[in-house]
Design a protein around this ligand. Structure first.
Ligand code: ZN
Ligand code: FE
Length: 266
């Protein structure tokens, strides 16, 4: 077996703005980027590492995720993948739920998952051909210990999207687009002050941030233990949602909506 042609692409975080991550995938002399809100850090990395840009992937239309695409296209003739149904003028290939895309230069294959809620046609890219585990690029939908704001969809839509992601294999590495973890954990602790795993995670995250390291990727299995936006079935989360909304809540959608609404004001 030739290990060179079978090696997986590496995934590198490029910091942008205050707290965005642009994820760069690389193998050999080829690279792709997910959600390049700013071209400058991508161009600097590609030039320093002597890489060609072979694809651009977008999860949704917000400027901090697509703002760099036009500049990148002036330097590299890369196809631009993104969701059908969102205003992204630079797309060359629009994607809908269940489609697969191939990036042969990286040996990558991604399944497109429609995960509306943050925006009306937000998508995630799920790769299953990684040798160690699956990888998920989920933009502003699932964050480490949190989730995106519900701007264009409804809370039930967002919960359904998060439930789809939560159903992926536990080892799936979750590459979200922001370093929001510490603030998310402060809120999560307000929801579930007695969640032991959450306290452990808070300490781990504090250590990572003190050393200026990213707290992402996280994993689906880790999020299921600590993320209040995936824990609408947990008695402590239901109790907190009922307390904050001042009424009995029986449905997961109601629990999720109450917690999301609380976070908006937190
Ligand atoms: Zn966004
Ligand atoms: Fe964003």
């Amino acid at each position: 077996m030739n290990m060179n042609t079978n090696t997986d692409y590496q995934i590198v975080p490029l910091s942008a703005f205050n707290d965005n991550y642009i994820w760069l995938l690389r193998r050999g002399d080829q690279a792709a980027v997910v959600d390049p809100g700013d071209a400058a850090p991508v161009l600097a990395y590609l030039e320093r590492e002597q890489l060609n840009l072979c694809a651009i992937l977008a999860t949704h239309h917000h400027g901090d995720h697509i703002g760099g695409i036009e500049d990148l296209l002036t330097r590299y003739a890369a196809p631009v993948f993104g969701p059908a149904g969102e205003p992204i003028a630079t797309l060359t290939r629009t994607l809908t739920d269940g489609e697969h895309i191939q990036l042969p230069q990286l040996g990558a294959d991604f399944e497109v998952m429609a995960i509306p809620g943050h925006t009306r046609a937000h998508i995630a890219y799920y790769g299953r051909n990684h040798s160690t585990c699956g990888v998920l690029f989920c933009g502003d939908t699932l964050f480490a210990s949190g989730c995106g704001r519900v701007f264009e969809g409804t809370p039930p839509q967002m919960r359904h999207s998060l439930a789809r992601l939560a159903a992926l294999p536990g080892a799936t590495r979750v590459y979200c687009a922001h370093e929001y973890t510490q603030a998310n954990i402060r809120f999560a602790l307000a929801v579930e002050p007695e969640n032991i795993q959450l306290h452990d995670r808070a300490k781990e995250v504090a250590d990572l941030r003190a050393a200026n390291h990213p707290t992402v990727p996280t994993t689906i299995s880790a999020e299921l233990l600590v993320n209040p936006f995936l824990r609408w079935d947990a008695p402590a989360v239901i109790a907190a949602a009922q307390r904050i909304s001042g009424k009995p809540l029986t449905q997961p959608d109601e629990v999720f909506a109450a917690i999301r609404e609380w976070k908006n004001r937190y």
